[in-house]
Write a protein that binds this ligand. Structure first.
Ligand code: SFD
Ligand code: AMP
Length: 627
C-alpha cells in the first residue's frame, strides 16, 4: 500500500461509467457545462471505445418511437412498458425517455451509425419499437462523440481503466468517489459537486449455465458487476425493484439474441414435440390477467410458458429457424427471386450474431448448424440485473418536473434520494425498456439536471480526508493480505488465511443459484430457502474481509465481487418481502405462487442506512399517468 500514490481530482460533475448512459451524459453535460464554465470528468473501469454492454456491438436499436412520422406515440410506449413489466413501472420516467429518444437515434445516425433503410428511405423495423442497424462498431461511434464533447472542456476530462469502488458522502449529499487504476499503483480521489452514476447492471451474481470450457460465458457482459447498485446503496440511496431480475431467452450455450428471429423473421419456438408453447397454455396466461391476456405477452410470461414445457420433460425447446426462413422465402413465387431472398435471409441470420454475439456464430459453425435447414436450441439464461432491458432494478430517482406526481418528485429529474447523486441507464430503476438508445437519452436527461443542480447548489464538496485514508487502506488491503500469507501453502489458491476472488464468486453464485432461485432450481424459491440463503450470504460477507489479490487485476476482481454481493443481498431481501409471484419466468415464490394485484401492485423499495448498517424494505405506490 505504501507504494500507492494518491491522486486527487476535483471537478464539478463526475460521471462514473463510460457506457451508453455515461456517453449520453458526457455529450449533454459538455454542452451545458461550457455555458456555465463548469468542469466534467468521466471515469470508466475499461476503455470507452469497447466498454459496457454494447462492447461487442448490437444488431438493433430497441427503442425508437418514430414520433415525427406518426408511427407511434409516447403514450403507446408507456403502455407497452407497463404491460411488459406486469404493471410495475414508473410511467413518468418511461415517458420522459420516450419523448426524447428519437432525437438520440438521429444523432447516432449523424455520427455515422449505419441504420438499415428500405427502398423508400425509411428505417427497417425489427418489431414495432426496434430498428435494424449494422452495429458492430456501435459503441466506438457513440464513445467517439462523447470523447469529442468532453475534449471541448479540456484534456483532463477522461480517466479510463480506473475502477470506482466507493462513494464519498457528506451528510445527505454526495461529494465524490474513490477508486484505483487497474494499470498503475494509483489510488484516485474524485471530489465533485454532483455525481452521475452509469456503471451498468450485474452479471455472475447467479451461477451461469456455462461450465468447464465455456465457463464465464453469459448473455450479459462480464464487465458489469453491480457497481451502480453498490455505489448507490452505499451512498444511502433508496433503491427500487431489486427483485425484478431479468432472464432472457437466448440461443443455448453461446447466448445469441432471439429478437430478430421472433420479430423480424416471425419465427416461432416449440418444444421437442413441435408444440408452440405460446398457444398451448391459455389457462396459465389467464391466471396472470390482465397482463397474460393482453398483447404483447410480457417477456417473463413468454419464458414461463417455455419453462412449463421444459419442466414437463418436453425439451429441448427449439427456435424453428428453418420454417421461418422457408416461409419468408416462399412468399416469392418466382424461383430466382425466392433463391435470392433465401440467400439474403441466411446472410441476415448470421449477421445478427456477428454484429453482437460472435460466439454464437462460432458455435453454429462448430456444431454444423445451418439455420435454413434445421432448428436451433434456445434456453432461459441465468438471472441478470439490468434495469434498462426487461428487468427493472436500480435506484429510486425523481421524475421530471412537468410529468412526475408529487410522490415521485424531489427537485431534479433523475436525482436519487441522496442530494447531487444522479442515475441513468441500468443505474436507475423502475423504467425498463430503455435499451441502448433510451439509456443514452436518460444519460442526457440526467446530465442536464445534474448541471442545473450544480449551478443552483454551487458549494465546494467537503471531503473528509481522514475517511479517505481509511478507505484507501480497506480498498488496497487484499493486496497486503495476499503478500502476507501467500507463502503459507504450496498452492496459492488454497489458503486458510484468505479467499481469492474467483472462489469467492463461486460461493456467491452457489448461494444465489440454490437458495434464490437460479437455473439449477428452475428459478423457484420460497421464504425458507431465502432465509437460509441470507444466512450463508452473511457469512460470505464476513469472509469478504479476507479477500486476497495477487495484482491490480485481481484487486479489481475482489471489489467486483463485493459489489455483486451487495446486489445479491438487495435482491434476496426484496424477493423475500414481495409475497406473491408476479414475474414467473423470472422467478417463482413457491410459497406464494399466485399474483396478488390487491396487495402487491406496488413498488418494493429498499434502503441501507450507512449510519446504522440496517436495511429497510417497504412499499411505494404506483401512480399511473397514462390511461
Ligand atoms: O437485443 C465502471 N441491449 C440492447 N439494446 C439495444 O438497443 N439493442 C440491442 O440489440 C440490445 N441487446 C443487448 C443489450 C444488452 C446486452 C447486455 C446484450 C444485448 C448482450 C441493452 C443495452 O446494451 C443497455 O440497455 C445499455 O448498454 C445500458 O447502458 P448503461 O450505460 O446503463 O450500461 P453500459 O452500457 O453497460 O455501461 C456500463 C459502464 O460502466 C462501466 N463500469 N466504471 C468504473 N468503475 C466501475 N466500478 C465500473 N463498473 C462498470 C463499464 O466499463 C461501462 O463503461 S438485445 O440482445 O437485448
Ligand atoms: P431480445 O433479442 O430478446 O433482447 O429482443 C429484442 C427486442 O425484441 C426487445 O425489445 C424484446 O422485448 C423484443 N422481443 C423479443 N422477442 C419477442 C417476442 N417474442 N415478442 C415480443 N417482443 C419480443
Amino acid at each position: 500500500m505504501a507504494n500507492f500514490e494518491t491522486v486527487e481530482v476535483s471537478t464539478d460533475l463526475l460521471i462514473v461509467g463510460g457506457g451508453m448512459s455515461a456517453c449520453g451524459a458526457a455529450v449533454e453535460a459538455a454542452y451545458w457545462a461550457k455555458k456555465h464554465g463548469l468542469k466534467v470528468v468521466l471515469v470508466d473501469k475499461a476503455a470507452m471505445d469497447r466498454s459496457g454492454a454494447v462492447a461487442m456491438g448490437l444488431s438493433a436499436i430497441n427503442q425508437y418511437i418514430g414520433q415525427a412520422a406518426g408511427d407511434n406515440t409516447v403514450e403507446d410506449y408507456v403502455r407497452y412498458v407497463r404491460q411488459d413489466l406486469m404493471g410495475i413501472t414508473r410511467e413518468d420516467l418511461v415517458y420522459s425517455i420516450a419523448r426524447h429518444v428519437d432525437s438520440t437515434v438521429h444523432l447516432f445516425e449523424k455520427w455515422g451509425l449505419p441504420i438499415w433503410k428500405d427502398e423508400n428511405g425509411k428505417y427497417v423495423h425489427e418489431g414495432r419499437w426496434q430498428i435494424m442497424i449494422n452495429g458492430e462498431s456501435y459503441k466506438i461511434v457513440v464513445a467517439e462523440a462523447a470523447k469529442n464533447a468532453l475534449k471541448t472542456l479540456g484534456d483532463d476530462c477522461i480517466y479510463e481503466r480506473v475502477f470506482i469502488v466507493e462513494p464519498l458522502v457528506d451528510g445527505d449529499k454526495i461529494v465524490g468517489a474513490v477508486g484505483f487504476s487497474t494499470r498503475e499503483n494509483k489510488f484516485y480521489v474524485f471530489k465533485a459537486k454532483a455525481v452521475l452514476v452509469g456503471m451498468g447492471g450485474a452479471v455472475h451474481v447467479f451461477r451461469p449455465r456455462s461450465t468447464g470450457e465455456g465457463l464465464g460465458r453469459s448473455w450479459y457482459p462480464p464487465f458489469n458487476t453491480g457497481s451502480s447498485a453498490y455505489f448507490t446503496i452505499r451512498a444511502g440511496a433508496e433503491m427500487t425493484c431489486q427483485e425484478v431480475r431479468f432472464i432472457p431467452v437466448r440461443f443455448k450455450d453461446a447466448y445469441g439474441p432471439v429478437g430478430a428471429w421472433f420479430l423480424l423473421f416471425k419465427s416461432i419456438a416449440t418444444n421437442a414435440f413441435g408444440e408452440d408453447y405460446m398457444v398451448t397454455h391459455p389457462d396459465v396466461l389467464a391466471e396472470f390477467a390482465p397482463y397474460g391476456l393482453t398483447k404483447p405477452i410480457p417477456a417473463n410470461l413468454r419464458n414461463h410458458l417455455g419453462l412449463i414445457d421444459e419442466r414437463a420433460g418436453k425439451g429441448p425447446i427449439y427456435m424453428q429457424t428453418a420454417d421461418a426462413i422457408r416461409r419468408l422465402a416462399d412468399a416469392y413465387p418466382d424461383e430466382k427471386q425466392r433463391k435470392k431472398k433465401l440467400k439474403e435471409l441466411e446472410a441476415e441470420a448470421w449477421e445478427d450474431f456477428l454484429d453482437m454475439t460472435i460466439s454464437q456464430a462460432l458455435l453454429w459453425a462448430a456444431t454444423n448448424i445451418y439455420p435454413e435447414e434445421k432448428p436451433s436450441e434456445i434456453a432461459a439464461c441465468e438471472p441478470y440485473f439490468i434495469g434498462s432491458h426487461s428487468g427493472a432494478s436500480g435506484a429510486w430517482v425523481s421524475g421530471p418536473a412537468d410529468l412526475a406526481p408529487a410522490e415521485y418528485f424531489w427537485g431534479y429529474g433523475n436525482m436519487a434520494t441522496v442530494k447531487g447523486l444522479f442515475c441513468a441507464g441500468d443505474a436507475s430503476g423502475a423504467s425498463s425498456h430503455k435499451f441502448s438508445s433510451g439509456s443514452f437519452t436518460e444519460g442526457r436527461i440526467a446530465a442536464k439536471e445534474a448541471i442545473r443542480f450544480i449551478v443552483e447548489n454551487n458549494v465546494e464538496p467537503k471531503v473528509d480526508m481522514g475517511k479517505v485514508e481509511e478507505l484507501k487502506a480497506a480498498i488496497l488491503k487484499p493486496l497486503d493480505t495476499f503478500e502476507q500469507y501467500k507463502g503459507m501453502t504450496t498452492d496459492p489458491n488454497v489458503n486458510p488465511n484468505y479467499i481469492r476472488p474467483m472462489q469467492f464468486m463461486f460461493r456467491l453464485q452457489k448461494i444465489m443459484d440454490e437458495y434464490a432461485g437460479g437455473v439449477s432450481k428452475s428459478f423457484t424459491t420460497n421464504k425458507h430457502l431465502l432465509e437460509r440463503g441470507m444466512e450463508l450470504l452473511t457469512m460470505l460477507k464476513e469472509d469478504s474481509a479476507k479477500l486476497a489479490a495477487e495484482n491490480l487485476h485481481e484487486l479489481m476482481r475482489c471489489w467486483e465481487n463485493v459489489h455483486r454481493m451487495w446486489q445479491a443481498e438487495a435482491h434476496i431481501r426484496s424477493v423475500m418481502f414481495r409475497e406473491e409471484t408476479r414475474w414467473p419466468g423470472y422467478y417463482i415464490r413457491a410459497d406464494f405462487p399466485k399474483m396478488d394485484e390487491e396487495n402487491w401492485k406496488c413498488f418494493v423499495n429498499c434502503k441501507w442506512d450507512p449510519n446504522t448498517g440496517q436495511w429497510d424494505v417497504f412499499k411505494r405506490p404506483i401512480i399511473s399517468i397514462v390511461d
